[in-house]
Design a protein around this ligand. Structure first.
Ligand code: FA5
Length: 337
């Protein structure tokens, strides 16, 4: 009963408000920190226990009703303000709308999508894997036993507990893919990787790699080089000279470094450090131990894998001289794409 009278009083005051500031003041008076409702709730502990429940419920109902009335008045005020603005001389419906700023795709995203499209057109599936990875997938199942010196080449960000880490490459998804899919497998895995490295013009602590994995009967090195050459031809729209050098990665045997002839020069430039060759990726034939770790019989199946750094490819593509631009957040850089 008492609350009914309070509510009627509040509703009258609310309806009388002509602007938002007045409305907020009435709201505070009733439902604010020291308002009517707060005082009602604070009185509960002093009441006889049989009255407490009723008073509590009453206070909450009062609060809801006041808030509802305030919202309704707020809508009325907003509608009235709009109507007034439209009537006034200041409103010109023929003016163009305010310009909406539109962003653009990051160059790494653009090239990533192109790479995905190219591989999909060659029958590859695009897969994904976790960025926070287990030691098992990042190293052990890839044939890096504990304390193997090759682990040192991947300056790892460890999570607490030593079993979890930020993946240092996309290769752990090789094992995850072998575990989940039976051959024939033809997949690429683009994704972010992390290394605790000194940053410079070509090294970031967070960068993007694209892993490739093909496993089937009778796969050989010719398939590996043919695939990478076709991919690069499509990407650069011309044939580039390539070369294979021996390279060591515990999860491939034999392992190679795959270089491409510098797309920018003939006699040597800054991009290729005057050598005319640019390192493109690490690759090789999937090691039998890796196939076994993924539950695939190496007597029957063979495969190739490669992993390239997408950021460096994007740098080559657009002639970008410093990898740090990618995550620098400088709009003068980003707006050029
Ligand atoms: C690897 O990460 C192997 N997982 C690649 C691989 C896959 C080999 C499958 C065999 C089979 P590597 O550490 O060389 O290899 O890195 C591969 C590419 O990532 C490099 O060629 C380079 O383009 C890029 N990369 C490496 N470190 C950085 C860095 N700090 N910043 C930017 N790009 C980097």
């Amino acid at each position: 009963m008492e609350n009914d009278a309070t509510l009627t009083e509040a509703q009258t005051k609310i309806r009388a408000c002509d602007d938002l500031a007045a409305l907020r003041a009435v709201e505070r008076e009733y439902v604010g920190k020291d308002g009517v409702v707060a005082r009602l709730l604070a009185s509960i502990p002093t009441l006889p226990s049989e009255q407490r429940r009723e008073v509590g419920q009453g206070a909450n109902q009062l609060k809801q009703a006041v808030l509802e009335a305030a919202r309704a008045r707020e809508s009325e005020l907003a509608a009235a303000a709009l109507a007034a603005e439209r009537k006034g001389a200041g409103f010109d419906p023929t003016l163009p709308p305010a310009r909406v700023e539109r962003g653009s795709l990051h160059p790494v995203t653009t090239v990533m999508r192109e790479v995905e499209d190219l591989f999909q057109s060659m029958g590859y599936t695009v897969l994904d894997g976790p960025e926070v990875e287990l030691d098992y997938y990042n190293f052990e199942a890839l044939n890096f036993p504990p304390d193997h010196p090759a682990r040192e080449e991947y300056d790892t960000f460890w999570c607490e507990g030593k079993d979890l880490l930020l993946r240092t490459h996309t290769s752990p998804v090789q094992i995850r893919t072998l575990e989940q899919h039976a051959p024939p497998i033809r997949a690429i895995v683009p994704g972010r990787v992390f290394r605790h490295e000194e940053q410079d013009a070509t090294h970031e602590h967070t960068f993007t790699q694209v892993e490739g994995l093909v496993v089937d009967e009778g796969v050989n090195v010719g398939h590996l080089t043919g695939t990478l050459k076709s991919f690069l031809r499509e990407l650069f729209q011309r044939d580039l000279d390539v070369r294979l050098r021996p390279g060591y990665f515990p999860f491939v045997e034999p392992g190679f470094e795959f270089d491409i002839r510098c797309p920018f020069c003939e006699g040597g430039c800054r991009v290729c450090s005057k050598t005319t060759w640019v390192e493109f990726c690490g690759c090789g034939m999937v090691h039998p131990n890796v196939l076994r770790a993924g539950g695939v019989d190496p007597e029957r199946y063979s495969g190739f894998a490669f992993g390239f750094g997408l950021d460096r490819l994007v740098m080559l593509r657009y002639g970008i001289d410093d990898i740090r631009h990618f995550m620098g957040g400088d709009l003068r850089f980003l707006e050029q794409f």
